[in-house]
Design a protein around this ligand. Sequence first.
Ligand SMILES: *Cc1c(COP(=O)(O)O)cnc(C)c1O
Length: 423
Amino acid sequence: MHEFKYINKHLYCERVRVADLAKKFGTPLYVYSYHTLIDHFAKLKDAFRQVSPLICYSVKANSNLALLKALVNKGAGLDIVSGGELFRALRVGCPAKKIVYASVGKTDEEIEEAVKRGILFFNVESLPELENINRISGKLNKTTSVAIRINPDVEAKTHKFITTGKITNKFGIDLKSAYNILLLREKFRNIRISGLHIHIGSQITKSTPYLAAITRIVGFIGRLKKEGIELEYLNIGGGLGIIYDNEKPQTAVKYARKILPLLKKAGLKIIMEPGRFIAGNSGILVTRVLYVKNTPKKKFVIVDAGMNDLIRPALYGAYHQILPLCAERYTPNAAEKVDIVGPICESGDFFAKERRLPKLKEGDFLAVMGAGAYGFSMSSNYNSRRRAEEALVVKDKVFVIRKRESCRDLIRNELIPPFLSGW
Ligand SMILES: *Cc1c(COP(=O)(O)O)cnc(C)c1O
């Protein structure tokens, strides 16, 4: 469910006509619905209330400060994957004890900062990393909590680039190695191993892979308990899928019904790390038609947004629904098959291929739906394109939450050595 719908043939975000925003702020433009964002958070929280989980929103899905602040105000924690994300988390006032930190490649500098801040725990992805966190914590005279990220070796049944829980993926530690680490836990004097973590992939639409992974890990927790190894946290990661096309993902309630019995059996404090589930359908990318180009074989609709603004189609062949902001002139039988493409010098620069759409003309506005997660956060300046403006809609109010970049922004950190300018 989301707050983007047609009223009298005009697409609205909450109570604001999206075309008015496109005219006011220009395009490409990201538009977010505040209520969609926080409703998704509330839905998940409510579905799992029996175990009162700490829901750590995954910052990388969409790291805009306003969205982070909105969620933190509602009690969310944050799941981070870099020092930059730690900076953002602290900037919006997220309590350090609600921050969890995963990544296979944390640097010394990043670890040091997070240890000093006293985050809830690191999700540790390898033995050398564990040793490093121990060393750095020792140097700083601290004891740091960690959860071991387990690679449960399950197939998440999603795109291969976003599968993270197979033993051939770079993420996490296999059960046997994790067990050996736990046996040696006394050796790590500045570390407290307080939990286990799994995150098996993204855009997972069925509960079966979760069931498989959590069953495995709960069994492992039981075995550890018998041997006197007590843990405090079970972090079940994120990955919940959403509707982009005709997927039928499990709802929060159905997902909860399936896995709650297992979580209760584990008897630990539960952490969740949803990203896409919360942000995905909360945002759209608005773009304008620049040209309609007929070629002998195809019809291309060239728009002013590109793969630098939204890379998911290029990267994963991802499907995004595309809707005209004004559906007035459109009739279904006028529909024709077109490719919606951006201006960038790459053939991968497309939003849709052979898509049936009403007849479009120059100046028409289009909405690329489901662009709230892994949209702006994956955007770049490729082709020296200035990154888009972002606006947040709250009922009938609109707030700019990121200004469009300027050409100055593009070159801000670049330097021309004096010898090139004739000293
Ligand atoms: C990316 C990521 C998430 C969030 O994934 P979604 O599919 O957006 O829910 C959660 N945990 C970790 C460790 C991640 O890397």
